[in-house]
Design a protein around this ligand. Structure first.
Ligand SMILES: Nc1ncnc2c1ncn2[C@@H]1O[C@H](COP(=O)(O)OP(=O)(O)OP(=O)(O)O)[C@@H](O)[C@H]1O
Ligand SMILES: [Mg+2]
Length: 361
């Protein structure tokens, strides 16, 4: 499954944001894969732990290469009112959203008379409702179809009868305006409901508001927090300009806007979080690298990220939290302090673990 879909009304700044992401990604040296498709961009997850570990394994002139982990973003064309009825490029967009694991919902929080707003006025909460309604209508249509099928099979199958009951409960919730992700019901993965996908709200503000946000982004932030979701304030335009600069220029540019880091960094971190991922690290003189596994993964699964042989032949892992390794100053010192643990097949990987796998081939 692809990563995060950039969703929103037309003309809210989705492509501007996407282009900034892909350019920033293209500049981030040494990431493991290129842009997959014209509308799929891969961006490195900023991670200061990598630099700390690189320093630890630097021997004079020999600096190990650093490989960050990545998140994928997908640029999805604007979704208009009536999309679920096939308006605009309706159904195709909905199909594109169906393929992603999470949604970055871009809302226009900038006022610029030169940029047309499809609904005539800048009103982020009403824009959010328009999008949410279209997604809910698409889900309702697919749930109705499912219920129809299940009605026939439910008589002969207890399992289908239960699924039918769940389908009906979801229909009721959606009809009340509650997205599946907030319904309190356990939605089977294979239902692939649009409103079941986790959401980050992206408040696209004017450059001048990039550091502080504005009243509109504040309203969106409140809407988000009422749902237990995150809202990221970002100026897509500013990020676009930033992605064209080299490091020194970028630092100066950020400072002039009162920003301590690019807004993209915050967006990428939130995205990583909302996808339910965690990072473990491998470190040595040859390479310092971040790897991604779903939260709750066990050690063999982490090993399998590196190589399938590592998973198949997994024996055990040597594990130390990255900050303990940095504190010790070297792996040998950490070992002599007894800080390096030996973990088996059942070990649940933690974010920031530095891992070394032992395996049979
Ligand atoms: N933060 C911002 N401040 C001012 N103008 C902006 C900002 N972000 C984007 N824009 C401008 O808004 C216009 C629309 O942006 P963009 O093409 O990225 O929208 P979109 O959401 O991809 O639209 P569509 O759905 O049609 O693909 C562009 O002219 C862009 O420069
Ligand atoms: Mg676009």
């Amino acid at each position: 499954m692809l990563g995060i879909g950039i969703v929103g009304l037309p003309n809210v700044g989705k492509s501007t944001l996407f282009n900034a992401i892909t350019k920033a990604g293209a500049l981030a040296a040494n990431y493991p894969f290129a842009t997959i498709d014209k509308n799929v961009g891969v961006v490195a997850v900023p991670d200061e732990r990598l630099a700390a570990l690189r320093d630890l394994y630097t021997k004079g002139e020999r600096v190990p290469p650093v490989v960050p982990t990545t998140v994928e973003f997908v640029d999805i064309a604007g979704l208009v009112k009536g999309a679920s009825q096939g308006e605009g490029l309706g159904n195709q967009f909905l199909a594109n959203i169906r393929e992603v694991s999470a949604i970055a919902h871009v809302v226009r929080c900038f006022d610029d008379p030169n940029v047309v707003h499809v609904a005539g006025a800048v009103d982020p909460l009403s824009d959010i409702e328009t999008i949410e309604t279209e997604l809910a209508l698409a889900d309702l249509a697919s749930l109705e179809k499912r219920a129809e099928r299940l009605r026939r099979s439910a008589k002969g199958s207890q399992e289908d009868a239960e699924t039918l009951e769940l389908t009906r409960a979801l229909i009721t919730k959606l009809a009340e305006g509650v997205p599946a992700r907030l319904s309190g019901l356990t939605v089977p993965k294979d239902f692939n409901l649009l409103t079941a996908k986790p959401v980050i709200y992206v408040c696209n503000v004017a450059e001048a508001d990039a550091a502080s946000g504005n009243a509109l982004s504040e309203a969106v932030a409140q809407h988000a927090s009422a749902q237990g979701a995150q809202a990221v304030v970002i100026s897509a335009q500013l990020e676009g300009e930033l992605s064209e600069l080299d490091d020194a220029e970028a630092a100066e540019f950020l400072q002039s806007y009162g920003l301590s880091e690019p807004g993209l960094n915050r967006l990428v971190r939130s995205g990583y979080e909302v996808l339910g991922l965690l990072t473990f690290l491998t470190a040595g003189e040859k390479e310092v690298r971040a790897w991604t596994v779903p939260k709750g993964s066990r050690a063999p699964q982490a090993a399998g990220e590196i190589h399938t042989d590592f998973e198949r032949g997994f024996i055990r892992a040597e594990v130390i939290a990255w900050d303990k390794l940095v504190e010790a100053g070297s792996l040998a010192a950490a070992k002599s302090k007894g800080w390096v643990r030996t973990e088996g097949k059942e070990y649940v990987v933690r974010d920031g673990d530095v891992m070394h796998f032992l395996f049979n081939v």
